[in-house]
Design a protein around this ligand. Structure first.
Ligand SMILES: Nc1nc2c(ncn2[C@@H]2O[C@H](COP(=O)(O)OP(=O)(O)OP(=O)(O)O)[C@@H](O)[C@H]2O)c(=O)[nH]1
Length: 293
């Protein structure tokens, strides 16, 4: 996985530095910034690390790396999303254009369907782009899953309403809704999201509505800013980190956990339906900073 590349860099970095002097910690902060931790977080972590190493007398590289992992652990959160059987569950996928929302909606639908959470219905609530509706319909055909869609330009709230009712009429199930994400028109986006949010909340059963923000792991700190916008607009429950196969960084999971307290639910690691797995905080940390191998 991509995190290994960052771990390798970190290992190399530890190998290059002969002694744990001030320059070591400064360079470590730079390495963390390069890995997308965000400047503030990187400096805070390294400052704490340096103090701890001094007070606890840690000088061995392995000890320092272990301590770094310990300091980062509270910022990496995982969450498991389990639809309630016999209830109307609505999982809304949020995110800016191109991050992989539609693909993630299909991958998620495939995964939950395989686990027996039936019916799983895809809702094409990105009505802004005709191609997004078609793309979701194509996934639905390939996966033999129902896609609730309306015409291009239709009210996205109405699509979610219909999808939720379709599931309810079958005695419960899971709606996975794709949405539009035009961040350049932020005010409109926020208004539209808030409307969708009200409808999804009112049409799903209590505790069965989740808002998942899809973040492209390759966009680094930009991803954190997107998370802030969406979180402020409607409140995000968890993240889906996509394109984790194409980045050597991936620190945005840590930054979002640290800055916004958001957990990660899933990780996308390719374009196939199966390239999708539940996020494991311990595995991420181990791979990311190279505690294992
Ligand atoms: N390598 C890789 N590519 C991915 C992953 N997830 C999605 N993609 C690709 O990213 C591109 C964009 O994905 P979409 O699902 O169309 O993104 P979207 O957010 O729905 O985009 P819009 O419909 O434009 O809003 C596609 O080419 C996907 O195949 C992933 O985990 N890894």
């Amino acid at each position: 996985m991509a995190g290994t590349s960052f771990a390798q860099k970190l290992k190399r970095f530890f190998g290059l530095h002969g002694s744990m002097d001030d320059a070591f910690f400064e360079d470590l902060a730079d390495a963390l910034i390069e890995g997308d931790f965000g400047a503030r977080a990187a400096f805070e972590i390294v400052e704490t690390l340096e103090k701890r190493c001094k007070t606890e007398g840690l000088t061995e590289k392995s000890e320092i790396l272990g301590k770094l992992g310990e300091l980062l652990a509270p910022d990496v959160r995982e969450c498991s999303l389990v639809p309630e059987i016999g209830k109307t569950n609505v999982y809304l996928l949020l995110g800016v254009n191109g991050v992989g929302k539609t693909t993630s909606a299909a991958k998620m639908a495939h995964a939950y369907n395989a686990q027996g959470y039936v019916p799983v219905v895809l809702a094409a609530a990105d009505t802004f782009r005709a191609a997004a509706i078609e793309q979701l319909q194509l996934h639905g055909e390939r996966l033999s899953l129902r896609v609730v869609a309306q015409a291009h330009g239709a009210d996205p709230g109405a699509v979610i309403y219909d999808a939720a009712e379709a599931v309810r009429s079958q005695g419960g199930g899971l709606v996975i809704a794709d949405t539009a994400g035009r961040l350049h028109n932020k005010d409109n986006l926020v208004r539209e999201l808030q409307k969708i949010d009200r409808i999804a909340a009112s049409r799903s059963d209590h505790g069965c509505y989740k808002k998942l923000l899809v973040l492209d792991a390759t966009t680094g700190q930009n991803g954190l800013r997107q998370a802030e916008v969406f979180h402020e607009a409607v409140g995000v429950d968890a993240l889906i980190l996509t394109k984790y196969d194409s980045t050597a960084r991936g620190g945005v999971a840590l930054a979002a956990g640290r800055e916004l307290g958001l957990p990660v639910a899933f990780v996308g690691t390719g374009e196939g339906y199966g390239d999708f797995s539940r996020f494991s905080a311990s595995k991420y940390l181990d791979e990311f900073i190279g505690l294992t191998e």
